[in-house]
Write a protein that binds this ligand. Structure first.
Ligand code: EPZ
Length: 416
């Protein structure tokens, strides 16, 4: 199994370009099949999840061409085949084909989705949304059969502002008869990006990015075109890396508005940085203040950034805490930080960190995507050389991470 070999202690300087958002792109590719003949998606990130989604498009007899991260998809010969389990279980986002196959064919057959093991991650809210639109959902073993005579707009209230359920219901409603309203909708920027794509294909949507979204379904959608928005989680990860071990590290091609809560928390920790239109310049902070974090839905502090931020807090002078309110078990990485010398206590969904502590290189196991990012940052500041196992989880969500970090002076490589 390939491993990441990381030698710690090298200051990182230079430019890092942020890629298209994983969590937007993985919804946009399934959304493309809502277009009757063709669609275009620009700034598609080169990550494993995209490779798997392209394989699913092939199973559905779609034609596509991708060059320089520009993806053109032709759905004129689209066929509704069951999504193979070995593909749908590779990532959580495969479940967006539920909404789009239901919208296009009024029938979808797909196994339970995969994704990082950070909690139970049920999809009850997605199913309630599909049923509200007129679909019947049956689960046979671990395969969902979702079918509808026809789809009619409905007034749906989400018990929780779920990102996936909000997007999946919007996808299903885009070709339903009449108006759908989603109350208590998630407000993440990725939802706005998907709505922009649907609008470009002829759908009428208002309120994306707020907690109330209106969708007026259209019988025929086509010629969708979108630029995948910058990956705010990748950007925040590398900005935190700059606060740990940067020297005028410049993170470019980001959207500052999308990471306001993270930048505010960094300032609270005494970390200074310079911002220009769509970039952040940051250097190692030598006096990091402790803080308390509560993860929330957007625009609150993002759950995906609590793991990398925890690594920063091992270097803060004092006691910090992270209360994880979105997932039930998203602190698996803390044990690995402890093995490197961090002082952490995990009590259910509260992580306490006592800094600052010197970190020493270790052999580490990547528990999930963002936990892996936390361990990469820890290895970059640790004394010695760390070896990280199970790195496919990191390659799923950070485009060209080895190249991007090597280009700014990190001693990082993939070894077999
Ligand atoms: C998306 O997951 C992201 N993944 C996650 O990023 C991110 O952490 C999450 O949103 C929250 O921001 C993608 O976009 C592919 P949710 P999603 O539905 O849609 C519960 C990463 O590292 N819930 O908002 O699955 C669920 O169990 C990944 O890039 C239900 O109970 O998130 C979880 O506890 C990790 N029933 C909470 O809501 C449902 O029907 C948040 O889930 C749906 C969700």
């Amino acid at each position: 199994m390939p491993k990441l070999k990381i030698e710690g202690g090298n200051l990182l300087t230079g430019n890092i370009e942020i890629s298209g958002s994983k969590n937007s792109a993985v919804a946009l590719l399934p959304a493309a099949i809502l277009c009757s003949s063709k669609s275009k998606i620009l700034s598609v990130p080169k990550i494993r999840d995209i490779e798997y989604l392209l394989k699913i498009l092939e199973v559905l007899n779609c034609k596509y061409e991708i060059k320089n991260q520009e993806l053109e998809i032709d759905t004129t010969s689209l066929k509704n085949f069951p999504i193979p389990e070995d593909l749908s279980e590779q990532m959580r986002a495969s479940y967006y084909f539920m909404g789009t196959l239901l919208a296009r064919f009024h029938y979808a057959e797909i196994s339970f989705p995969g994704g990082c093991v950070i909690g139970a991650r049920p999809i009850d809210l997605h199913i309630k949304g599909f049923e509200a639109l007129g679909a019947k959902v049956t689960l046979i073993k671990n395969k969902y059969i979702i079918e509808a005579e026809e789809l009619t707009g409905a007034h749906i209230h989400l018990d929780f502002a779920s990102v996936g359920a909000t997007i999946n219901i919007m996808l299903a409603a885009s070709r339903a008869k009449g108006e759908t309203i989603i109350e208590n909708a998630a407000q993440e920027p990725e939802i706005v990006n998907v709505a922009e794509f649907l609008i470009s294909a002829g759908c009428e949507i208002t309120g994306a990015g707020t907690n109330k979204i209106r969708i007026m379904g259209r019988e025929n959608l086509d010629n969708g075109e979108i630029n995948v928005c910058p990956d705010r989680i990748e950007a925040a990860t590398y900005i935190i890396m700059g606060a740990l071990i940067g020297k005028n590290l410049c993170i470019k091609n980001l959207n500052l508005n999308h990471i306001e809560s993270v930048l505010k928390k960094l300032s609270e920790c005494g970390v200074s940085y310079e911002t220009k239109e769509n970039e952040v310049i940051i250097s190692k902070c030598t006096k990091i203040l402790p803080t308390s974090i509560v993860t929330e839905t957007y625009p609150g502090f993002p759950t995906d950034i609590q793991p990398p931020f925890a690594t920063l807090l091992t270097q803060a002078n004092g006691i910090s805490s992270i209360l994880e309110t979105i997932y039930e078990s998203r602190f698996k990485y803390a044990e690995s930080l402890k093995s490197m010398g961090a002082i952490t206590i995990t009590e259910q969904n509260l992580l306490t960190i006592k800094g600052h502590t010197k970190l020493t290189a270790q052999n580490l196991y990547v528990p999930d995507l963002r936990g892996g990012a936390a361990l990469v940052l820890a290895s970059l500041i640790a004394e010695g050389t760390s070896y990280l196992d199970n790195i496919s989880l990191i390659l799923r969500g950070y485009e060209d991470i080895v190249e991007k970090l090597t280009n700014v002076g990190a001693k990082i490589q993939i070894i077999e």
